[in-house]
Ligand binder design. Structure first.
Ligand code: SAM
Length: 294
């Protein structure tokens, strides 16, 4: 058990000692609340046979908690200035590996093969840099990394979108993309006051757990996502208007109203009311009509 740095005074002290000021451009807001860190780590259900990949360890506040629970921790940080800090706060433990790198560029499969080959399961656990939350999450999901959980602190508003059900204004293509791959749960809502420096938005912790298979069966996942994105192009417009504009070739040959009705979808509905099953039906039908699938 190491001396914990997740209190505001300690965090400021560590930053001052190394002459570091937080870089806004890298989304640096350091978490200073031990109770929230505990909830994040508990949600990841770690133990000494498991591994944790932390994206953006900062000065090591979350890393210290991960190191207490997991058998192997890999912490990948883009900001070189923080490496000596991490060396002091967490780097002295054999089961913790601090790496310098950009999560969007790193070969994550190679990283897993090198560091996590002898653990039972791996989870990503992170207080993410908010400016690249969606690209990071989509990369983790689309690359099909063998992950048990993804437990992440993100902007409250993005968390609401990722966990949204049909019918509300938060439900959109991000909800469907995330929920196609994962079960998404809200773990905690986090006020801005627990960060140094304070961001001007509130945050939330969510847990994503990969599904063994998607909840809908589609022949072509790319076409499914393209259909969803097209349907949400202009949220105020009907599904009919959005799809007619997005698929002019299908609309030219077939009446888009008929296409929608043949899928049991009223053309005057808005995309935010459609379930994932309805989107799947629609994308399969559009695939047949465009001749890409017989
Ligand atoms: N984990 C620390 C905590 O909870 O206090 C810091 C979290 S801070 C919100 C985000 C961290 O991600 C920063 O340390 C930042 O330098 C790092 N970061 C930003 N972009 C990154 C990238 N592309 N790859 C890896 N780390 C990145």
């Amino acid at each position: 058990m190491t001396d914990k740095i997740a209190v505001p005074s300690r965090t400021r002290e560590v930053l001052a000692k190394y002459g570091i000021s937080a870089k806004k451009s890298l989304g640096q807001n350091f978490l200073t609340d031990g109770n929230i860190l505990r909830r994040i780590v508990d949600a990841a259900q770690l133990n000494k046979s498991k591994g944790a990949l932390e994206i953006g360890p900062g000065i090591g506040a979350l890393t210290q908690y991960l190191a207490d629970e997991a058998g192997t921790v890999v912490a990948l940080e883009i900001d070189q200035r923080l490496l000596p800090v991490l060396d002091e706060t967490v780097g002295q433990q054999d089961h913790v590996k601090v790496m310098h790198g950009d999560v969007l560029k790193e070969d994550l499969h190679a990283l897993f093969a090198e560091h996590f080959h002898n653990v039972e399961a791996v989870s990503v656990v992170a207080n993410l840099p908010y400016y690249i939350t969606t690209p990071i999450v989509m990369r983790l999901l689309e690359e099909e990394l063998p992950l048990e959980h993804i437990v992440i602190m993100i902007q409250r508003e993005v968390a609401d979108r990722m966990t949204a059900s049909p019918g509300g204004k938060e439900y959109g293509s991000l909800s469907i993309a995330v929920q196609y791959y994962c079960e998404a749960e809200l773990v905690a809502v986090v006020p801005r006051t627990v960060f140094v420096p304070q961001p001007n938005i509130d945050s939330a912790v969510i847990r994503l757990t990969r599904r063994s298979r998607p909840p809908v069966e589609v022949a072509d996942a790319q076409r499914f996502f393209a259909t969803v994105r097209a349907a949400f192009t202009q949220r105020r417009k009907t599904i009919y208007n959005n799809l007619r504009a997005a698929f002019p070739e299908a609309a030219g040959v077939h009446d888009m109203r008929e296409v929608l009705l043949s899928c049991g979808i009223e053309p005057s509905r808005r995309a935010e009311t459609l379930s994932m099953e309805e989107f799947a039906r629609l994308s399969e039908r559009l695939g047949v009509l465009s001749g890409k699938q017989e």
